[in-house]
Design a protein around this ligand. Structure first.
Ligand SMILES: Cc1cc2nc3c(=O)[nH]c(=O)nc-3n(C[C@H](O)[C@H](O)[C@H](O)COP(=O)(O)O)c2cc1C
Length: 312
């Protein structure tokens, strides 16, 4: 019997596939649809303290090899997602779900995390570090000083299971520096990767999204090699207690298989879910199981992290 079940932070999930934050997770209705699908769990849209309208439309565009977006973090505010998760804890006590969040400033991030800390929420929190924080500074995770400051402050009061969502890094020294920081903290996971930032897609003579004169985050097929490199680089560098969630460019069971081979314990689907709907989970799961069966693997442990290198 082939199983795609997995564990994150000690919680069990019957499938290793789930949505990526920002796709099919803005409203309770969308979250319920993911919950009722073949996905193992869901993560909410990244919540800020208050409701946000986000950027003017068009702000997302499907393109042949993926997607481009500059959403501007539209969301219903922390309480909306937290209340729903608390309801689910009552009605479905045997399942665990993810809450994604970030503040628009370090102060707001702490306010939000303190609210989660004192709430009855028993699930997993994902802090989105691939978000702008202070005007004039890069997104949090590209500013190692700010990243370290935030993590040291957060772990002074936050004792619930916490992981971080990271943007892609492109330099070996950055992998080393980032991993050295993450290894100092009791993180449960890192999620690699968020969109590749600030791409530009052109049709005829024009950009395809309105915000930022067309600059936007790239997802889908374009980003799989970068996503796999980030998953594997952190798998090699992080202490074993910090698990990896693989995100980026998952269209098929083969893509999910490669993320797991690179070290992922859970695999998230963004652009493909946007294009195909929740039926994508069943299709990708069955493709992944077919590959496992063909190779004689019964569980993810049989091949997780076992990427082969070409010997000297
Ligand atoms: C429309 C859209 C909204 C997104 N919003 C968020 C978000 O709120 N928080 C987050 O951590 N990532 C967000 N992402 C990034 C995705 O979670 C994912 O990391 C990225 O799209 C790469 O995966 P993919 O290649 O499967 O699309 C968003 C992506 C898209 C396409």
């Amino acid at each position: 019997m082939v199983s795609t079940s997995t564990q994150i932070a000690g919680f069990a999930f019957d499938n290793c596939l789930m949505n990526a934050a920002g796709v099919a997770c803005m409203t309770k209705e969308e979250l319920a649809e993911v919950k009722g699908s073949a996905a193992g769990t869901f993560v909410t849209k990244t919540a800020t303290l208050e409701f946000r309208q986000g950027n003017p439309e068009p702000r997302y565009q499907d393109v042949p090899l993926g997607s481009i977006n500059s959403m501007g973090l539209p969301n219903n505010g922390l309480d909306y997602y937290l209340d729903y998760l608390l309801e689910l804890q009552e009605s479905e006590p045997n399942r665990t779900f993810f809450l994604s969040l970030v503040g628009m400033s370090p102060e707001e991030t702490h306010t939000i995390l303190k609210k989660v800390q004192v709430s009855d929420f028993k699930g997993i929190t994902e802090l989105n570090l691939s978000c702008p924080n202070v005007p004039g500074k890069p997104q949090i995770a590209y500013d190692f000083e700010t990243t370290e400051k935030i993590l040291s402050e957060v772990f002074a009061y936050f004792t619930k299971p916490l992981g971080i969502k990271l943007p892609p890094y492109f330099d070996i020294v950055h992998f080393d520096q980032a991993a050295a920081i993450f290894n100092k903290y009791p993180l449960k996971f890192v999620n690699c990767v968020n969109s590749i930032g600030n791409g530009l897609y052109i049709e005829d003579e024009s950009v395809v999204i309105r915000p930022k004169n067309g600059f936007g985050g790239i997802g889908g097929q374009y980003i799989k090699p970068t996503a796999l490199a980030n998953v594997h680089a952190f798998y090699q560098r992080l202490k074993p207690e910090i698990q990896i969630i693989g995100t980026g460019g998952v269209l098929t069971g083969r893509d999910a298989f490669e993320h797991i081979l690179c070290g992922a314990s859970m695999v998230q689907v963004g652009t493909t879910l946007h294009k195909e709907g929740v039926a994508a989970f069943e299709r990708i799961t069955s493709e992944l199981k077919d590959i496992m069966e063909e190779k004689g693997y019964e569980s993810l442990e049989d091949f997780r992290g076992k990427l082969k290198y070409i010997e000297e």
